[in-house]
Design a protein around this ligand. Structure first.
Ligand code: I3P
Length: 126
């Protein structure tokens, strides 16, 4: 008998660990605080989890703890000047949330940049 995975799993395009810092919420600047985050890109959204285990938990409670970012109308750009770290890019959402994402490993951060940029470019802009 075929096992059909939950819809959200069927649509996952990319997932993995990156360093993340949220630097603005609704246009309001936040104190930068880097932490490791399990990042899941699926179509119109990115979800940030504490770790892969949290994503795998079926409970609504775990899902609610994840931060969900709507990519419709979002922007992505390299942000060298925003950090002393290497290879940092910024996602700015239509709602004015700003996230920095970073990895020391070049191909990993490049893959993520292009995957997110492609996802944004495919979406309607409103
Ligand atoms: C920040 C912390 C960040 C650093 C940031 C500091 O200090 O060291 O890691 O960002 O630099 O302000 P604190 O923990 O006291 O808030 P980077 O690692 O990205 O350089 P910034 O203020 O120049 O952004």
């Amino acid at each position: 008998k075929d096992v059909i995975p939950p819809l959200e799993h069927q649509m996952v395009e990319k997932e993995g660990y990156l360093q993340k810092a949220k630097i603005a919420d609704g246009g309001k600047k936040l104190r930068k605080n880097w932490s490791t985050s399990w990042i899941v890109l699926s179509g119109p959204k990115i979800e940030f989890y504490k770790d892969a285990k949290q994503q795998a938990l079926p409970s609504m409670k775990a899902r609610h703890k994840a931060e969900c970012v709507d990519l419709r109308g979002a922007h992505i750009e390299w942000a060298k000047e925003k950090s002393s770290r290497k290879s940092v890019f910024q996602i700015t959402t239509a709602s004015g949330n700003e996230f920095l994402l970073q990895s020391d490993i070049d191909f990993i951060i490049l893959d993520w940049f292009h995957a997110i940029k492609n996802a944004i470019d495919r979406l309607p802009k409103n």
